[in-house]
Design a protein. Structure first.
Ligand code: G16
Ligand code: MG
Length: 219
């Protein structure tokens, strides 16, 4: 049976995905090209350095490592500027209700984010003490779609992957959960999150009982 829920941060708990997109778009524009919202799907759940590589390839640019480091830190500064203005009001609709159901159901929780800024964001939105385990970009060596961020979460909670449900909004994150051997709830569009076991537009329209029923019925 399912014992733990593992949550992605950006796009699941808060909509920082929009801030990442704004900051990357600004960087691309300064480099003389543009990125679309559709292109941005490829960046979701992907680490900062890998995201930059994908963007530079898109713009047809090859740059030396020092310059790439500078661009990545430039992007992060713009991003942090947006994050610093966040409050509990930025928590996505349905999250609070969903977490109270999670607690009532006696499930364990972990955060599984490849963001190095995850602890700061949790603090800004007042959710630092909510998770039983926090796995973020500072604790992992491989970003999504590698399953490391979720398998480490399961290990810290002392549960098996088959006892976990992952909540993800990104293609790379859904793949990470599936490769980790977990039941994956995709939050977004079924056309995009094709690998997910269950897809819903957001946590707002899901109940813990419904997720548990579907995940526990998995063959
Ligand atoms: C998030 C975002 C990605 C971002 C990555 C690294 O992952 O979805 O777009 O590139 O973190 O973030 P940072 O630059 O803050 O270290 P997740 O796993 O929370 O969706
Ligand atoms: Mg995400």
């Amino acid at each position: 049976p399912i014992k733990a829920f593992l949550f992605d941060l950006d796009g699941v708990i808060v909509d920082t995905a929009v801030y990442h997109y704004q900051a990357w778009k600004r960087l691309a524009n300064e480099l003389g090209f543009d990125i679309s919202e559709e292109f941005n799907e490829r960046l979701k759940g992907v680490s900062r350095t890998e995201s930059l590589d994908i963007i530079l390839a898109h713009g047809g640019l090859t740059l030396p490592d020092e310059e790439k480091l500078e661009l990545a830190s430039q992007k992060n500064n713009w991003y942090l500027d947006l994050v610093s203005r966040m409050t509990a009001e930025d928590i996505l609709p349905g999250v609070a209700t969903f977490f109270s159901q999670v607690r009532k159901a006696g499930l364990q929780t972990a955060l599984g984010s490849v963001s190095k800024n995850a602890p700061l964001i949790l603090e800004r939105i007042g959710m630092s003490a909510v998770f039983d385990a926090v796995i973020d970009g500072n604790k992992i060596s491989k970003g999504k779609p590698d399953p490391e961020v979720f398998t480490k979460g399961a290990a810290e909670l002392e549960v098996r992957p088959a006892e976990c449900v992952v909540f993800e909004d990104a293609v790379a994150g859904v793949e990470a959960g599936k490769r980790g051997g977990m039941f994956v709830v995709g939050l977004g569009s079924p056309e995009v999150l094709t690998q997910a076991d269950l897809v819903a537009p957001s946590l707002d329209v899901l109940t813990v009982d419904e997720v548990l029923a579907k995940a526990n019925a998995r063959p």
